[in-house]
Each structure stands twice: as structure tokens, then as C-alpha cells.
Design a protein around this ligand. Structure first.
Ligand code: BGC
Length: 906
């Protein structure tokens, strides 16, 4: 076949991506993605104006630093997470990669070049030793600084710093902070593994003597974060430690490696105390570099494995100006930053030597003061002793707080311009947007985004303010689909899953909190199921079979553990459960005493996880397991129905959550039980005036359950409900984040009296995924959004909506509006994605390819105005290529294909 080249037809858009990491290393060598693997996977996005264009094959070109070129051909249409087609990367190797694609009889141009740089891949690459101060760096002592002079000769070509800590580090070279991340190297189960970071120091070092310093904070390693359970009063370790390896490469080829060893010195820093819960105390009068003659020694016992990160680092994400500053009743000034965020307060002050400034934080005000009761024992207080003289910039570096308000004492003339809130969080690339004609729904959605940002800080946590901030698995499990709809969390959640698998007990029990901190663990439905559900969600949303491969043993171990607990009856019954946690009808001080029978909830989860494990086995080609778990899932569903579902369709405990789980997970595939359950759910929802009476496990699925049985009007009435308990109740009370309890703030403005009351807890925000899929109408139906179903469901008075998603293939955008009796929808679909589009009049078109499209139809009547009990509304159903288990929830109703649809390709 004649191959014409470089003629526009398609082009590779933007850089080739490695794994899911953005470029991380910026320096004189240019931006590079740092990887901790010898075989980074490659993805690229394609633009084409040619209708029907598809990639038939691709070529990847790699150029190493010596200029050696390698080209690999890849057959077929795949463009996401492609296996590395070259020889394994060696430690430190840098390769420039570009891609071109062939389709419609011609090659595209070569893409922009992206650089990948391998980190230290082998343990033997580390010649540095873990070091710790011999004395003076115990918990009550100031945070230690470790330092050494570094001689640099002329002719430096490249400098790399590989660095890790037991604790958290802030590295400096000649007084300049290295990198822009916080709380490195993050939170892992340190007895097993700790991360390291790589920095390009070429521009920071100068010929002659340079000073390398690392400040060590307690972080998660020695701080109070693990102050109950496994590490009560006995954190991961008593002594902080540093591992740093500076590698200098000169133009003449010489390489000098300077690792941490006994030649380093240590002394106290200005940080007198630091703790995530309690805050930081900084004495600015302490002279720079004073008293640093203390000796260091090697850490003697078993340091953990040191690995490169797969998640993006924590960075400063934005700053918020103060929207109001006013005198606090008890003295000092109160500041409102307008949004409940996570980070710290940055102040600019002019004070006198020895002056003291104190900053306290809270998420809400009560009786005109900071409401600190919800923080429980966390002091959340930053203190400064001023050096006086010039304007001083005050901000901590080794702590973070969850707050909207701050109380500042010690400054008499505080102006709004002197203070900002610095928002910190994992620097996740935002991929999903959503907006509608409803201000209330938009606010709700924005609050979900805020709570995700606030709690996706190195690991996914329950809440960021009180003395907890733990990786509660149930919260992450229910929120994972929403997280993937909002941001690229592929690396972030894979990294957490890696820790989960490592923390799993030998018998398969998944700790309720990961990284594990509790000394005893009991399997908990919904929490342990994170082991299966989260990898499946990542596979669905990113098309990554790698995460399934890596997690498979963990997924299987969890299902086997539950099978053992359930016994031959296949009912997971009895034993402690967290259950449908925080059901608003449960006693406020006993959140696990939900209306939903915990046995019903547990067996529903057992069926769900077994079903997903079967599908995973199918994807991975484990045919024996596929057979075994498919049959097991079917038998669990039968056992569930026999034990818990009455012939009239009533499910034991007869509440919103049990019907929602049974419907959404298709546990009732027999006879007309499904229709009956649907009717009963609708009755229950109506009987409560469309308020929500579900907890953590029922809330994420109830609107899907209602939608799936055609009760669209009820789903909309629920999401639009403003009476307590409901999502918009909180919005009406001015919430700027998602609350832990439906009534964290009570109608009279008082804070819920129970000690477990946070204002930044994303679990109930799991509704946002439904909003994207149902209101916006964009849902993936094949892994990685390779196929999508675009089917906005009208209702709730919403007259327009726009949803977009940056999929692995490129941006998919849907925007629709109702105007003059017509529904008009615009679509943007990237190369590689195929859509089935359904319009509100029931018409449907399959095989819609890339490009921009406009479709319209008359709006007959809101499809949300009636319930369709017997059938199910056609919803997006995920199928996986090579997934013989197939979708459980199939059997869509057929609709006539498309007469009034118009499509305009541009
Ligand atoms: C956390 C929750 C968590 C729950 C389970 C709470 O303290 O904040 O989000 O899932 O405990 O017990």
C-alpha cells in the first residue's frame, strides 16, 4: 500500500504520556516524567477532522542521550497504556519519545517529544545510608535539620537528588527550597515501604561550596496521626531519618555520588514543634544555621524498601483571599476565607522581636467564635515567635489544617490583604466538569470537588480537620467513581491500592483503614470491598488492566475471606459491621445502627465483589476463576433472595438502602421481584417526601436505583430536595463542602452535638458521578471511555447541562439545553471513542464517531414525570473486551433508531 506521509489527516495531540504521571521533573534538562519502572506504558491522544478516521497502526520512536534511535511499530487501533516497546530502561536513563499514527492511508507527523527519566530502579543503586541525629531530635525537641557542605567543581552537566525520609522532609540548597511539593515522601506503611523523590539540582548548585539541608518533620511517621490503635503512643518509629543521594555528572563524564552518611551534621531548626493534628510552632528568632554541629548515625534496624511515587505530589493548589476580617469576641481577629479548604494560613506581618502570633483554625463558627469541638483533640494551632524588623512571612511547612475560618491573635492591625489561605492537596489533573441551569446543583457539585481536594492529600482520607484524617476504605470505595469523574486519580488510587494489598492480613481481611493503623481488624462489608471495587472502577474509567493484574491476588483474597465467613449458606451474617454508616435515622451516637439490616448489606456486598472478581478473572484470562466466581456470584444472589426477599418483593429491613443495593447491583434477577422492589423503593422515597434516609453505603446508589426503574422524577425530587436530610439542605445552610453527617450543622445553626462531626467528608458527595452520567448524560460503557453512552435524562426543572471528561483518548463533551420546546445537544467526541447517543424522545443512534455533532428533538414531556415499574430504563452498562462474564445488568429495552436526529459533523 502506498503510504503518504506528513499530510494532515490526523495528528497526535500533545505529548505522549507515560503511565498517568504528568511531567514531574523541571529543570535545565527540560520537563521529564520520572518513573520508577523500567517499562513505562505509553498513551497518546489523536485529533482528526476526517470523519471515520481511525488508527490502524502506530510507530514509537525513542532517542537516548547518545542519540541512538529506536523505532517500534505497534499494530492496531490501541493508544492507551501501551506496553513499552523497547529494551528495559536502566536506572537514570533518559529517553525522548514521540509517536506517529497511521490511518486513512497516511502517516501523521511525529508528535511532540516527551522525555521519560528512570529513577533508581534497583536497591543496589542506593549507596547512601539512612541517617538520624544521635541526640537532640526526640519528639519534644525542635524538628532537626541535617546538613552537609557539597563541593561542586566546574563543568557540572547534571545534578540529581534522590531523597527520602522517615518523617517528612523539606530540602534546601543554598537556602533555596528544592522542588515545590509538601509532605514528601508521603504516607505509606513505613515498616514495609517508603517513597523517594527525585529533583534536578543542576541550576541550584554553583561551583564551589554549597549547603545541602533537609528539615525533618514528624508527618505521619512520628506524628499523632496514628495516635490510636496499632500505633497508640508508639508511632511507626521514634526516630526520624533521612536518606539522600546527590549524583553529580560532569561534562567530562565523571560522576560523583554523595550519599547521606556520618559526614552530615545536625542541629535544631526554628520549628519547635510540629504535628498534623496540633499544628506547628516556629521561632523566627533562632539564627539561621545555628547549632548544627550535632552528630548523626546510621539507622541500624531494617529500613523499608524505597520506591518511586506513582501518584502526583502534594502541592500548593491555590490561594484564597480573606473575604472578611473582623474582631473576635475573645480578642484577636477572625478571618473568613469563604470556603472550607485544607492547607494553612499565610500571613505577612510587621512585628517586634519576640512578638507572638497565634493562628487557630476551624471549619465553622458557633456563637460567633471558632467551633473547635469537632476537631476533638486536634489543637490545629500554629504559633510564631517573631524576629521583628522587616515584614515577615509566616506560614508553617510541616502541618496542615482543615478550615474555613481562622482566629489570629498577636497582630493588632491585621488587614485582609495580609492574610491568605494556602490550599494544599495532591496535584491531580482535573478531568471532569459539570454545570447545569440549577444554581443549587452547581453548588452541590462544587462542594463535592472541594471535599475531594481537601481529602485527596497524598492518600484518600475521611476528613482533614479533626484528630483522624485516615484512609477509611469505605469512604474511598463509595467515592471512587466520582473521583474518577472529576480528576485523573489513576496513579493516586493505584498507589493507595498498592498499600492496601500490602496491609491486607494473611487471611484476606482488608483493614478498615489504609495505611493500616488499628491493631485489630475485623472484616467490614463496604470497607473491605474497596479491595475489589476500587480496582474495578479504575479499570472501567482508565482502561488499565495493569491495576487489575496488580490487585488480583488482593481482590481474590478478600472474596475468599468473605466466602469463609459466609459459610455454606453464602450469607455473611452476624459479627460486627459498620453497615450503612451514618444513616440519618440511626441514633446520632451510634452511626452503625442504621435501618438497613447489616446482614442484608453484607451479603449484597459479598455478591457484588464476587461478581466483579469474576469479571476481573475474565478480563485477565483466568478462566478457572472466571467460572468459579461467576457461579459463586449467582449462588450468592439466589441465597440473598431466598433469605432476605419475601415473595411480595419486600427486602428485610424494608428501607431505602437495601432496595437500592439490590436494584443497582442486580441481585434480584428473578421473576418480577425487581419490579416489585422498584415500586417499594419509590413508595419509601415518596413516603419520606424525597428526603434521603441512606448512609454511606446506600447514598451512592439510590439515585441510580431509582433511575434504573424509571423513577426519574423521584430521583430528581430527591437530588433537588431541600428538607433535611438531603444534599441541598446543607447547600441551603451555606455549605461549601460535603458534610460527614446530613446534619453536621443543624437548622438552628448549631453544630451537631456528637463528637464525630466533620464538615469535609466526601462520602455523601458520591452522588456527583450520577449527576455526570444522568443529568449531563455522559457514561462510559467500555473501559477507558472507549465507548460511551450519551443519554441525558431530563427532569427536575433542569433546562441545560454541560459535562465534559478528559478521557484517556481525549476530551468528551456533552452540552444540552431545552429551548422553545426543543432539546438541542452538542457533542464533542475524540478519535478512538465511539458513542451511542439517546435523545429524550427515545430515539437512539449507535456508532457516533469523533468530531462535533449537534442533535435535537422535540421535548414532548419530561421523561421524569412517570415511573415505569416493570422494565428498567436503559442505562449505561459497562462491558469489558474479553469479559465473558458480561454485564449482569443487560437486557435493555429496544428503542427505534433515530428518525428525527440530525447530526452535523464539522
Ligand atoms: C470516619 C468515617 C469512617 C467511619 C467508619 C469515621 O470515624 O470518619 O468516614 O468510614 O469512621 O467507622
Amino acid at each position: 500500500m502506498a503510504e503518504r506521509s506528513a499530510v494532515p489527516g490526523a495528528r497526535v495531540e500533545g505529548p505522549v504520556r507515560f503511565e498517568s504521571l504528568d511531567p514531574e521533573l523541571a529543570g535545565p534538562d527540560g520537563a521529564a516524567t520520572l518513573v520508577g519502572t523500567a517499562r513505562p506504558r505509553l498513551s497518546w491522544r489523536i485529533k482528526s477532522r476526517v470523519p471515520g478516521w481511525s488508527q490502524q497502526r502506530a510507530e514509537v520512536r525513542a532517542v537516548d542521550e547518545r542519540g541512538t534511535v529506536a523505532v517500534a511499530g505497534l499494530a492496531g487501533a490501541d493508544q492507551v497504556l501501551m506496553a513499552w516497546p523497547f529494551a528495559d530502561l536502566r536506572s537514570r536513563q533518559r529517553v525522548s519519545v514521540s509517536v506517529r499514527v497511521f490511518g486513512a492511508d497516511r502517516w501523521s507527523r511525529w508528535s511532540r517529544v516527551s522525555v521519560v527519566e528512570a529513577g533508581l530502579l534497583e536497591p543496589a543503586d542506593w549507596t547512601a545510608a539512612w541517617i538520624t541525629p544521635v541526640a537532640g531530635a526526640d519528639l519534644p525537641d525542635p524538628a532537626p535539620v541535617l546538613e552537609r557542605d557539597v563541593e561542586v567543581a566546574d563543568g557540572l552537566l547534571r545534578a540529581r537528588l534522590y531523597i527520602s525520609a522517615l518523617g517528612i522532609f523539606v530540602a534546601m540548597v543554598n537556602g533555596t527550597r528544592v522542588g515545590n511539593e509538601h509532605f514528601a515522601p508521603g504516607w505509606t506503611s513505613y515498616d514495609r515501604e517508603v517513597g523517594y523523590r527525585t529533583y534536578d539540582l543542576t541550576a541550584l548548585l554553583r561551583p564551589g561550596t554549597n549547603v545541602m539541608e533537609a528539615l525533618l518533620g514528624n508527618g505521619w511517621y512520628r506524628g499523632r496521626i496514628a495516635s490510636f490503635g496499632l500505633h497508640r503512643g508508639r508511632p511507626y518509629g521514634e526516630r526520624l531519618a533521612l536518606l539522600a543521594q546527590l549524583e553529580l555528572t560532569y561534562r567530562d563524564g565523571r560522576r560523583v555520588v554523595l550519599g547521606t552518611d556520618e559526614s552530615w551534621h545536625t542541629g535544631p531548626s526554628r520549628v519547635l514543634a510540629d504535628d498534623y493534628y496540633d499544628g506547628q510552632t516556629t521561632d523566627l528568632t533562632w539564627p539561621d544555621r545555628a547549632g548544627r554541629s550535632g552528630a548523626v548515625e546510621r539507622v541500624s534496624v531494617g529500613p523499608p524498601a524505597v520506591t518511586a511515587p506513582v501518584a502526583p505530589p502534594v502541592r500548593e493548589l491555590e490561594t484564597l483571599a480573606a473575604i472578611k476580617v473582623w474582631p473576635a469576641p475573645a480578642g484577636g481577629m477572625l478571618v473568613d476565607f469563604g470556603r472550607n479548604v485544607v492547607g494553612w494560613v499565610r500571613l505577612s506581618v510587621r512585628g517586634s522581636l519576640g512578638g507572638q502570633v497565634t493562628v487557630r483554625h476551624a471549619e465553622v463558627l458557633e456563637h460567633g467564635e471558632l467551633s473547635v469541638r469537632p476537631l476533638r483533640s486536634a489543637q490545629a494551632t500554629d504559633r510564631y515567635v517573631l524576629a521583628g524588623g522587616a515584614t515577615e512571612l509566616l506560614e508553617p511547612s510541616l502541618t496542615f489544617h482543615g478550615f474555613r475560618y481562622a482566629e489570629i491573635t498577636g497582630i493588632t492591625d491585621l488587614e485582609p490583604a495580609d492574610v491568605v489561605a494556602v490550599v494544599l492537596g495532591s496535584d491531580l489533573h482535573r478531568t471532569g466538569t459539570f454545570v447545569t441551569s440549577s444554581k443549587m446543583l452547581n453548588r452541590l457539585h462544587a462542594n463535592v470537588v472541594t471535599s475531594m481536594r481537601g481529602n485527596f492529600l497524598d492518600i484518600p482520607t475521611d476528613c482533614p480537620a479533626r484528630d483522624e484524617r485516615l484512609g477509611w476504605c469505605g469512604d474511598t470505595q463509595v467515592f471512587a467513581p466520582t473521583a474518577t469523574a472529576l480528576a485523573d486519580v489513576a496513579g493516586f488510587l493505584s498507589s493507595w491500592l498498592h498499600t492496601l494489598a500490602g496491609d491486607q492480613l494473611a487471611d484476606g481481611t482488608v483493614p478498615v483503614v489504609v495505611p493500616r493503623v488499628f491493631s485489630t481488624e475485623t472484616p467490614a462489608a463496604g470497607w473491605g470491598d474497596a479491595a475489589v471495587i476500587v480496582p474495578w472502577v479504575l479499570y472501567q474509567r482508565y482502561g488499565d488492566t495493569g491495576v487489575l493484574e496488580r490487585q488480583y491476588a488482593s481482590m481474590r483474597a478478600w472474596v475468599e475471606r468473605v466466602a469463609e465467613l459466609a459459610g455454606p449458606a453464602l450469607l455473611w451474617a452476624g459479627g460486627p459491621q459498620l453497615g450503612d454508616w451514618l444513616d440519618p435515622l440511626a441514633p446520632p451516637d451510634a452511626p452503625s445502627r442504621a435501618r438497613a439490616d447489616p446482614d442484608v448489606v453484607a451479603t449484597a456486598h459479598f455478591a457484588r465483589s464476587t461478581d466483579l472478581l469474576a469479571r476481573t478473572a475474565g478480563v485477565l484470562g483466568h478462566l478457572g476463576d472466571l467460572q468459579r466466581y461467576r457461579e459463586l456470584a449467582e449462588r450468592i444472589r439466589r441465597a440473598f433472595t431466598a433469605a432476605y426477599v419475601a415473595p411480595d418483593g419486600t427486602i428485610r429491613s424494608d428501607c431505602q438502602t437495601v432496595y437500592s443495593l439490590a436494584l443497582h447491583w442486580d441481585l434480584l434477577p428473578y421473576g418480577d421481584l425487581r419490579a416489585r422492589a422498584g415500586r417499594r423503593l419509590v413508595e419509601l422515597v415518596r413516603a419520606r417526601g424525597h428526603t434521603v434516609t441512606t448512609g454511606f453505603l446506600g447514598t451512592p446508589v439510590i439515585l441510580d436505583a431509582l433511575t434504573s426503574v424509571g423513577a426519574v422524577a423521584d430521583a430528581y425530587a430527591m437530588v433537588n430536595c431541600r428538607t433535611f436530610p438531603s444534599w441541598l439542605y446543607a447547600v441551603d445552610l451555606g455549605a461549601t463542602s460535603i458534610w460527614e453527617r446530613w446534619d453536621s450543622l443543624r437548622p438552628d445553626g448549631s453544630v451537631h452535638p456528637d463528637e464525630m462531626t466533620s464538615f469535609n467528608h466526601y462520602a455523601f458527595g458520591a452522588v456527583a458521578d450520577w449527576m455526570h452520567r444522568t443529568i449531563g448524560g455522559l457514561a462510559p460503557t467500555a473501559p477507558g471511555y472507549r465507548q460511551v453512552r450519551i443519554a441525558p435524562v431530563l427532569g427536575g426543572g433542569v433546562t441545560s447541562a454541560a459535562v465534559s471528561h478528559l478521557s484517556p483518548y481525549g476530551r468528551i463533551a456533552v452540552s444540552w439545553r431545552i429551548r422553545s420546546g426543543r432539546f438541542v445537544m452538542r457533542l464533542e467526541i475524540p478519535v478512538g471513542v465511539t458513542a451511542t447517543v439517546a435523545l429524550p424522545d427515545g430515539t437512539e443512534r449507535a456508532g457516533v464517531g469523533h468530531g462535533r455533532h449537534e442533535l435535537s428533538c422535540p421535548v414532548v414531556r419530561s421523561s421524569g414525570s412517570r415511573t415505569r415499574p416493570p422494565g428498567r430504563l436503559r442505562q449505561a452498562v459497562m462491558t469489558a473486551p474479553g469479559d465473558p462474564a458480561g454485564p449482569v445488568a443487560s437486557a435493555p429495552t429496544t428503542t427505534p433508531v433515530n428518525p428525527p436526529v440530525t447530526s452535523v459533523d464539522r
